[in-house]
Design a protein around this ligand. Structure first.
Ligand code: HEM
Length: 465
């Protein structure tokens, strides 16, 4: 008879009675701790945190199977869903079961290729603003905080494509919505990892700051909803043919049971947050990787010179299909530096998958980077080598089932195509027009996990090519 592995029979690091492995984990380095434990205990192992049983999974075949069994047999971690909801956010990311299906079908329509083509002129406008900022920085010899610039770019893009609102945070001097947004993920992540919700007993300065920022974000979203409602009232034809996600959501709220004001607001908040950090930090990581690989910059520049010719950015939507090497850089960056290296899930009922028994109440810590950096799935897996995405057939190992930066199964990221378009647009514009150099006194660049995995701050100097 086949032996089923249970929590009891799994290996894992030894911990203290009841508290388990709590004091062995620095949450800002959790993904790295998991990678080091995986070497010792294998691709499915257990840990315990204050009585809670967690199973850590990095085996890509098992991960794919589990993620494909959502939303019925598995769901996002209920503690994560609850903490997000406690911030007044109820949307696609933390909806479950039938509720999730409703949210998913409404939100995905507004992020499809048709809307990207429609929105392309605005993407060009936003990218041109970024070009002018960098051109000025280059002229004045400024040190540039690219991470901040990328965050401003992604917020301007999301509010434009998803909400039809033209913002210009790239050219604003501080006091922007990003200052508030950047507090949300780290606080949610902190609260997920707290065994006791301390903030409900005593609020620290950080908790109070966070609440202030959250309030500002809610005010910002309320304003966007007001503008969307006014647009529909002025032009009722939008009810038949909404021009963006905001309008699609507002129409859904008028017509679909169980989709009301809370869901409208929740989804706008989710889109704003999910679309900002992820894309911006992936771009920031791609610069870190490229600067260490000058030959990749050369190949990138010859591609963008050929596609963009005399233009500062690509002019037609279809051009993005010609930027194969630029796309390969984005993929290779996400393979080595996925901004969401951990996806938290749990079984809805006790279930066996591939010889492992997952019980209701177990938490699954799914770590996607281990497979993506393993020789079992990718040749010379530790190396930054964008060519592998172009000449995959020349690599003995190139198994994209182990490449899951956008998740997998029915809940995979619905913003994936938009994110790829944004990244190709920014990378091609940057390297068509500028040389990028790290500032000499940057501290060593390290990974920090704060829900998304970002790099420690760094600055660059830009010079005109
Ligand atoms: C490089 C950029 C991005 C990365 C790496 C990324 C990654 C992810 C990952 C790992 C998930 C979880 C998937 C799963 O559970 O299987 C996710 C979900 C999601 N993402 Fe993204 N994302 C990116 C950009 C975006 C953008 C631009 C948007 C929208 C504007 C977006 C909206 C969402 C939403 C709404 C979900 C929840 C989907 C659901 O639960 O059904 N993401 N993303």
């Amino acid at each position: 008879m086949k032996e089923v592995k249970t929590y009891k029979t799994l290996n894992g690091p030894k911990g203290l009675p009841y508290l388990g492995n709590m004091f062995q984990i620095d949450v800002s380095r959790l993904h790295l701790q998991i990678e080091s434990w995986e070497k010792e205990f294998g691709d499915v192992f257990k840990i315990k945190l204050a009585g809670i049983k967690l199973i850590v999974i990095s085996n890509p075949e098992l991960i794919q199977k589990i993620l494909k069994l959502r939303p019925k047999e598995f769901q996002r971690a209920s503690k994560l869903n609850r903490i997000i909801r406690e911030q007044g956010i109820h949307g696609l990311f933390n909806a479950e079961h039938g509720d999730w299906e409703k949210h998913r079908s409404i939100i995905t329509k507004g992020l499809d290729v048709k809307h990207q083509i429609q929105f392309f002129p605005e993407l060009k406008e936003i990218t041109e603003r970024l070009y002018h900022k960098w051109e000025k920085d280059a002229r004045e010899g400024n040190e540039v905080d690219l991470q901040q610039d990328f965050l401003r770019f992604t917020v301007d893009v999301t509010t434009s494509i998803a909400f039809g609102i033209k913002m210009n945070t790239i050219e604003e001097e501080g006091g922007v919505i990003q200052d508030h947004l950047e507090k949300v993920f780290p606080m949610i992540f902190k609260r997920i990892n707290e065994p006791i919700p301390f903030h409900k007993i005593f609020k620290t300065k950080k908790d109070k700051d966070f609440e202030k920022s959250l309030n500002e974000i809610h005010i910002f979203i309320d304003e966007i909803i007001k503008k969307g409602k006014a647009r529909i009232a002025q032009n009722p034809a939008l009810r038949e043919n909404p021009s963006n996600v905001l309008e699609a959501i507002l129409v859904a709220a008028e017509t679909i049971d169980g989709f009301g004001d809370e869901e409208v607001k929740g989804n706008l908040l989710i889109l704003l947050m999910a679309g900002e950090d992820t894309t911006a930090h992936t771009l920031a990581w791609s610069i870190v990787e490229l600067i260490q690989n000058p030959s990749a910059i050369k190949t990138l520049q010859s591609e963008v010179d050929a596609v963009l010719k005399e233009d500062i950015l690509f002019q037609e939507y279809e051009h993005h299909n010609q930027l194969k090497y630029t796309e390969a850089i984005a993929n290779e960056t996400m393979r080595l530096k996925p901004v969401a290296p951990i996806v938290l899930n749990e079984p809805t009922e006790t279930i066996e998958v591939d010889g492992y028994l997952f019980e209701k109440g177990h938490r699954l810590v799914i770590q996607t980077r281990i497979g993506a950096k393993s020789e079992t799935y990718f040749t010379n897996a530790e190396q930054f080598n964008p060519e592998r995405w172009i000449a995959a057939s020349r690599c003995p190992m190139h198994n994209t089932d182990a490449f899951m930066p956008f998740g997998a199964g029915p809940r995979f990221c619905p913003g994936r195509n938009l994110a790829m378009l944004e990244m190709k647009m920014v990378l091609s514009m940057l390297f068509r027009n500028f040389n990028v150099e790290m500032v000499a006194d940057n501290n060593p660049i390290e990974e920090i996990l704060a829900f998304t995995m970002l790099s420690t701050p760094y600055r660059v100097k830009l010079t005109k090519r």
